[in-house]
Structure formats: structure tokens, C-alpha cells
Design a protein around this ligand. Structure first.
Ligand code: FAD
Length: 501
């Protein structure tokens, strides 16, 4: 019997596999596709997930550069520019990476950690009892596992087979078209990368521009073809046939009221030509049913506006990994596994709030235009821009970890350079093993944590007080004085990391 079976080798399933393996549990990943898919989806990551990947050494693997991530001076909200230069502690980090490349990096890491990914294995049935889950595969083979995680995307078979509801809305009111293209070189502003369209004006890169007739976005990526996309609310019925450059070009003309000559991009494909009609906003009514859990798009789907999907899903995986591993290894305190849903479902609700609010702000009509003018006035104030940036980044997430009145807990621990016995080191480098971590600036807490030393690392650092971090880098306990509350530390250790050994 396996300890954990993960259904789906998408980014979230692979991330969970890595987190479980780091925590000492080797899952089996079942993926129905025989080879990684050709479908092109995310172009990049936005938000806390960028720093979370840094804390596992994965940011460097993607960028090929040991430098830590830096916040973005600007972003967009509802196709309106968001100036973040004056925002203190700007939380908005980005990582431009095609989803297929990210999946490749995660798959390589999972293999290094000893995870078995079985391709060409489609899950078609499951049944569970108090001790195990029996999984049926296409072709009739069966296997059993102690826990099953459905990371099998928005149409999740696991969710449907478990009977977990997926309430929400499906709309058919918009048509989005996206294509890799070449445009005449004289239409690209060499300094800013903007697209300059005679008869319309300038379309800045990497943001949506709203017109009276829809949205347009233009992006130039180094070493990759330029990408153009439009969204329209009305227009000709789209045929069931694949999108062509001619259809793309007609859509651009309708949105801008001016034409852009489009030709196929140079270089090897596959090149993107994608039409999507409508969209879904849905949230699973439970993330867990007995021994079955849902992860990523299997648990939540929403508009891709602002690119929040992987920020949400990959952090679900980082939240679930250590908790499920603790359950499997037998030291999980009561309620730990259920805290996955109580912590992460509200995070999905925040993303849905953000994407629906942005959908309202990009809709057509004069009333929306007036609303946008007013919202732009609000966004000009750095405090408001910072509030929206925190929403987009998922940096406003606080988990309920109790302890009112004491130093803050339940929040993400900011990266910083720590001076330890082994020299200066970034916190993000100390967390790569994904183990609970006690940072002790008092020199007095190693004895208190000793009964948990099989699970919790203790690092002496020159800092005021002390911090206890969960493997997902959220603060479980904090002390600001040289004489910390040792009873409180014991309580937090037991609450999150189980009974002392
Ligand atoms: C057009 C578009 C653009 C996007 N852009 C961005 C962006 O810029 N930034 C961002 O963060 N997010 C973006 N997203 C969202 C992002 O792509 C998803 O959130 C992400 O793919 C979800 O990952 P996942 O692992 O949960 O599911 P998936 O990526 O859907 O992976 C699920 C896997 O499960 C497998 N599977 C399914 N059923 C079974 C079964 N029965 N048995 C075995 N295997 C099965 C599938 O083959 C697949 O490999 C975009 C999405 C779209 C559609």
C-alpha cells in the first residue's frame, strides 16, 4: 500500500510531491498523459509564491541566477496601472516563466527527491474506508493508498468521484483570443517595448489596456515570440474551428478601431493560437473527504486575470505537504490536517474576490468607465496601492493561530539576513529542507525544543528574541524579549509539531 497517491502531474501535484518527499514521505504521482502536455497556460507567477519558491531553492533553478527575487515597481489591477514605487515593503514579486518550464523544473526536482511519476495512468474510480483508499485506473488495475490527493485540475475526476460540491458560476459572455505573433519592427517602441499602433496610440507591454470595445494585451519576452491577446464581450459568433491569425487580426481591429499587421512568429513552435469562450468561478465546498484531499484547480477555478492561479495552488501544496506528511508519519497533532482547509479555503475566497472585482472593472460601458476613473484616484494613494498589491500577492493572508496580545503569529516570516554560528545566511536559505525551524536569538531555547529535535531544527542567530516557523514559513510563535515565555513555546511546538518524543 502507498502512503500517498497524488492524481495529476500538473504544477500543483508536482509541488506537493516535492514537499512530501522533503518531509520524508515518498508519494506516487499518477498522470493520465503519457507525455507532458503541449498546452500553453501560465506565462508567469505573481505574488508570495515567488518568494516561497525561493525558500525551496526553486526560484534559482528557474532563473539560473542565485540572486534573490525583487519586488516589481508596477503591476496592473483590473487593466489599470498600479504604481508600487512608493509602497513600503512592496509585496508584489513576479517570476516570468512559461508553465511548461515550471512543470519541467518541478518534475526534475521531484525525481531527484525519489518521487515516482507514473505517466499514462488515468484514475477512473475510487472508494475509501476508515483505513485506506482504493484507486481504480483506466484498464481496470487497482492500487491502495493511505491518502489520496486530487491535483487533477478544474474538471477533477477525484472531486466528482468523492462527491464534493463545486458551486459557483459559469459565464459565456466573453471571448478571449491569444496568439504568438510577429508585428512590423517599426511598430515596437525600442525603449519601452510598447506596441505603437497608427490610428490608435500606444499599448504598453505586460498589461491589459481597456477600450470601448474590449481588452488588449501585448507582451514581449526575451527569446520567445511576442504575444498578443484580446478579450471581447460581443462580436461575431466564434466557430468551432481553431483560431487563425486572420481571426486574431480582425479581433484586434474591432478592439482598437485600428489594424495591426500580424504574421506568424519566427523560430520553432509550437506557437500559441488559442480562443477561450466564457469562464468559470467555482470553489469546492470542502477540501477534504476522509482520506481524500483536493489541491489546486481541483479545489478552485477563477478568471486568469492578474495571473493568480499558481500563487494560490502552489501555496496550497506548500501548506498541505508538511501536514499530510506529519499525518502519515504519525506525529500530526489533532486537527493539523484539517487546518489545510481552514487556512487555504479563505485564501481562495480572496482570489475570487480579486478576480471578480477586476472582471467588473474591465467590463464595457460608460458606468464602468466612471467607476474606473474613481478607482484610479484611490489607487494613486500609496496606502491603497499597497492594499491592492497585498491582495494580488496573497500577502494579506493571516492564519488564525491564536495568541492575542503577544507578538504577531499566523503571518509570513519576511526574508532577512541572519548572522548564525556558520556565518551570514538568508532565512530563505535556511528553509530549503522544509523543516520546522526555531530561530533562537536568546541562546536559551534549544533545551526547551530538545524533545522535538527529531522534527524541529534549532538555529542560533543574532536577532532580538526568537521565532518558531512552520515549514511553510508562517510564524507559529514569536518572542521579542531576551526572556521569552518558554511555556508558550512548548505550547506552540506541541500544537503544530505534536507531542514531545
Ligand atoms: C489560459 C490560461 C492562462 C493562465 N495564466 C496563468 C498565469 O499567468 N499565472 C498563473 O499563476 N496561472 C495561470 N493560469 C492558471 C494555471 O494554469 C492553473 O492554475 C494551473 O495549471 C493549475 O495547476 P494544477 O496542477 O492544479 O492543475 P492542471 O495544470 O490542470 O494539472 C492537472 C493534471 O492532472 C491530470 N489529470 C486530470 N485528470 C486525471 C485523471 N483522472 N487521472 C490522472 N491524471 C489526471 C492532467 O492531465 C494534468 O496533467 C492560467 C490558466 C489558463 C487556462
Amino acid at each position: 500500500m502507498s502512503d500517498v497517491v497524488i492524481v495529476g502531474a500538473g504544477p500543483n501535484g508536482l509541488m506537493l510531491a516535492c514537499e512530501l518527499a522533503l518531509a520524508g514521505v515518498r508519494p506516487v504521482v499518477l498522470e493520465r498523459l503519457a507525455e507532458p502536455g503541449e498546452q500553453q497556460r501560465a506565462n508567469g507567477l505573481v505574488g508570495q509564491v515567488v518568494r516561497a519558491l525561493d525558500r525551496r531553492g526553486l526560484y534559482e533553478r528557474v532563473t539560473g541566477d542565485p540572486a534573490p527575487p525583487h519586488p516589481q515597481p508596477s503591476y496592473v489591477f483590473g487593466a489599470m496601472p498600479l504604481d508600487l514605487r512608493a509602497v513600503p515593503d512592496n509585496p508584489l514579486y513576479t517570476l516570468p516563466v512559461p508553465q511548461r518550464r515550471l512543470e519541467q523544473v518541478l518534475a526534475e526536482r521531484a525525481t531527484e527527491l525519489g518521487v515516482e511519476v507514473r505517466r499514462g495512468h488515468e484514475v477512473t474510480g475510487l472508494a475509501q474506508n476508515a483505513d485506506a483508499v482504493r484507486v481504480t485506473l483506466a484498464g481496470g488495475a487497482e492500487m491502495t493508498t493511505r491518502y489520496l490527493v486530487g491535483a487533477d485540475g478544474g474538471h477533477s475526476a477525484v472531486r466528482k468521484l468523492t462527491g464534493i460540491g463545486f458551486p459557483g458560476v459559469t459565464t459565456d459572455r466573453s471571448v478571449s483570443r491569444t496568439a504568438h505573433v510577429s508585428v512590423p519592427a517599426e511598430m515596437i517602441d525600442g525603449r519601452t517595448g510598447a506596441l505603437v499602433v497608427p490610428g490608435y496610440g500606444t499599448i504598453p507591454p505586460f498589461q491589459h489596456t481597456r477600450t470601448d470595445h474590449g481588452l488588449i494585451a501585448w507582451a514581449l519576452f526575451p527569446g520567445r515570440p511576442a504575444m498578443l491577446s484580446t478579450t471581447e464581450w460581443t462580436g461575431p459568433e466564434t466557430p468551432g474551428e481553431p483560431l487563425t491569425l486572420a481571426e486574431m487580426s480582425a479581433s484586434v481591429t474591432r478592439v482598437l478601431g485600428a489594424g495591426v499587421p500580424l504574421s506568424p512568429p519566427e523560430g520553432d513552435g509550437p506557437h500559441l493560437l488559442r480562443r477561450l469562450t466564457g469562464g468559470n468561478t467555482r470553489l469546492a465546498d470542502r477540501y477534504r473527504d476522509g482520506r481524500v484531499l483536493l489541491l489546486g484547480d481541483a479545489a478552485h477555478v477563477h478568471s486568469a486575470i492578474g495571473g493568480p492561479g499558481l500563487n494560490l495552488g502552489l501555496q496550497d501544496a506548500i501548506n498541505l505537504g508538511w501536514k499530510l506528511a506529519a499525518q502519515v508519519r504519525g506525529w500530526a497533532p489533532a486537527g493539523l490536517l484539517d487546518s489545510y482547509e481552514t487556512e487555504r479555503r479563505p485564501a481562495a475566497e480572496r482570489v475570487i474576490l480579486s478576480t471578480r472585482a477586476q472582471a467588473a472593472l474591465i467590463a464595457p460601458g460608460d458606468d464602468v468607465t466612471a467607476l474606473r476613473a474613481l478607482v484610479a484616484e484611490f489607487l494613486a494613494a500609496p496606502d491603497n496601492a499597497g492594499h491592492v498589491a497585498a491582495l494580488l500577492a496573497g500577502a494579506d493572508i493571516r492564519y488564525d493561530m491564536g495568541r492575542p496580545g503577544g507578538p504577531p503569529v499566523g503571518c509570513w516570516a519576511e526574508d532577512r539576513t541572519l548572522h548564525t554560528d556558520s556565518g551570514p545566511v538568508r532565512l530563505a536559505e535556511l528553509t530549503r529542507a522544509a523543516r520546522p525551524l526555531l530561530l533562537d536569538g536568546t541562546g536559551a531555547l534549544a533545551t526547551v525544543a530538545k524533545p522535538w529535535r527529531d522534527r524541529v531544527d534549532v538555529v542560533g542567530a543574532s536577532m532580538p528574541g526568537a521565532l518558531l516557523l512552520r515549514p511553510d514559513c508562517f510564524v507559529a510563535w514569536a518572542a521579542t524579549s531576551e526572556h521569552p515565555d518558554e511555556g508558550g513555546l512548548r505550547e506552540a511546538l506541541a500544537r503544530w509539531f505534536g507531542a514531545p518524543s
